[in-house]
Design a protein around this ligand. Sequence first.
Ligand code: ZN
Length: 380
Amino acid sequence: MSSDHDHQLPALTAAERERYRRHLILPGVGMEGQQRLKAARVLVVGAGGLGSPVALYLAAAGVGTLGLIDNDVVDVTNLQRQLLHGTSDIGRSKLDSARDRLHDVNPHVVVKTHAGWLTSANALDIMREYDVVVDGTDNFATRYLVNDACVLLGIPNVYGSVFRFDGQASVFATPDGPCYRCLYPEPPPPDMVPNCAEGGVFGVLPGLVGTIQATETLKLLLGLGDTLAGKLLMIDAYGMAFRTLRIDRNPACPACGTREITQLIDYDQFCGTPGLHSNAETRVREVEPANLRDRLARGEPLQLIDVREPAETTEGIIDGARCIPLATLEHEAATLSPDVPTVLVCRSGMRSASAARQLMARGFTRVESLAGGMMRWFDG
Ligand code: ZN
């Protein structure tokens, strides 16, 4: 991606050559790679838990221009995980706090701050100035916004998310790779999405995921190694297990497949942000594991659909369940009966709820989602 300015890479000063010595002797980086980093412009969306390690490592590595967008003030409850900010920053804007910290980490880096939130009105103008965008947001509306804007602009989107002890990372919107919508065509219903404030987060987890995002960003800028494009890294900090699932580009994806999304939409409405419009008719019914066991034992006729990726089902699958990964559900829905009771299953209950909404939108009348997914099924 740096090929267009290869012929005009900025020279390093003596002070920079000294600072980056461990990179300059590293095969794969070297002088040219370090100059590429100096020429690079990376936007970090969110100066919070994920944005902290991302910005700290990218600044330390010598990425020449770091953009930060945020509109929050440092709060004492942030400090358990948001290492850009310190106790003395409580009450300051996160952008001011981050800029000071990053200048101390590396005064050679230009830090551009964008105060406010990313919106459909400003996203394209802000993002087009950058080579890579790192998604450090904590809500679905901004995540879809970042994704769609990256696809429209042709800028890689380095994705990360955390919840409790679980993390995910990927690289979306590369020239041949899938995008966030290929993986999650629909947002989960708003009433099923606890955020970090409601659900809690293990403080070190955004550090782990954000450091992976920083790693992928540097590799994209340097053209090094294999990135997470086309793959979803799933991190279970509780069991300390890392799994990588393959994600294919979905030809029916409205963003990167059919390209019917030609401009940014209202993402709050798309994600059903409470208060904007009633979601009552699309609320997903959940079935408790014990109840589902009873019904299966009674031989009740139902379509049991497991929407996990094939690689995930090696951990076990409910007898009689049919595997239809979420990304292919749209395609396979025609093979299902809209009038037969349908129970959707995934790992935690998030993707199955999204799947349930997809089927309800297609006229399926008796759809339920297994509460807590296979994680709870195995527990009880
Ligand atoms: Zn896509």
